[in-house]
Design a protein around this ligand. Structure first.
Ligand SMILES: [Zn+2]
Length: 216
């Protein structure tokens, strides 16, 4: 069941053009502090159910014949920061990655529906070399502050109560980035006034979707 869902998500990332080569990784929380994850060094479109791994929080393989991806520390930091989250996705979707590699922050406060579903901000995590010290803490802080992040110089990371929500958030993040880029020749997106952002953020909170740091 979980495996089928995860494989569908891999196909989705592939078909959307959110990954190339071996880019991207997906994890789902299983009962007993275990996680179902994609293997390293696979094209997402080529992964079959026998290739998936079950690992513990430290990335130790409990079942499966492949190796875990090195970016597990990003996923682990989210799962530790947000015990209610059931899935984490990382990919290199082109528009959001364009913001990340340009060192430009992606605002969300120009689209009312996006604020209601994703929250009033996207977290921005400063560049860290993969595996570098400090990365886990930075992602942990991002996960407490928002429901999706841009890892500067790298790409997007999104999480949700379940895999469906995590995918929808990744899709929305990429869609926002694409809209923001297209609006540049027209003068760039116009930010909503603060009272609007507050009212929409309140709707987001009342839907039970808010990150901990946004709660009163
Ligand atoms: Zn990556």
């Amino acid at each position: 069941m979980s495996a089928e869902e995860l494989l569908r998500a891999c196909q989705w990332l592939d078909q959307k053009g959110f990954v190339a080569n071996h880019d991207g990784n997906i994890s789902m929380r299983l009962p007993g502090n275990r996680f179902l994850v994609t293997p390293t060094a696979f094209r997402k479109g080529d992964i079959g159910s026998a290739d998936l791994l079950v690992i513990d929080i430290d990335g130790k393989v409990l079942s499966g014949r492949h190796r875990v991806f090195s970016e597990w520390q990003l996923h682990r930091a989210v799962f530790q920061a947000r015990p209610g989250m059931g899935a984490v996705i990382h990919c290199h979707a082109p528009s959001s990655t364009a913001f990340a590699v340009s060192g430009r922050e992606l605002a969300i406060d120009f689209m009312p529906e996006a604020i209601v579903s994703l929250g009033p901000k996207i977290a921005h995590v400063p560049y860290h070399r993969p595996g570098a010290e400090g990365m886990s803490q930075a992602v942990h802080d991002a996960a407490r502050a928002a429901n999706a992040a841009l890892l500067m110089g790298h790409g997007p990371l999104a999480w949700g109560l379940d895999l469906t929500m995590a995918l929808a958030r990744m899709e929305l993040l990429e869609h926002l980035a694409s809209i923001a880029l297209r609006s540049v020749p027209l003068g760039g997106p116009t930010r909503l006034p603060p009272e609007e952002i507050e009212a929409l953020s309140d709707k987001h909170r009342r839907a039970g979707l808010a990150a901990p740091s946004l709660l009163p």
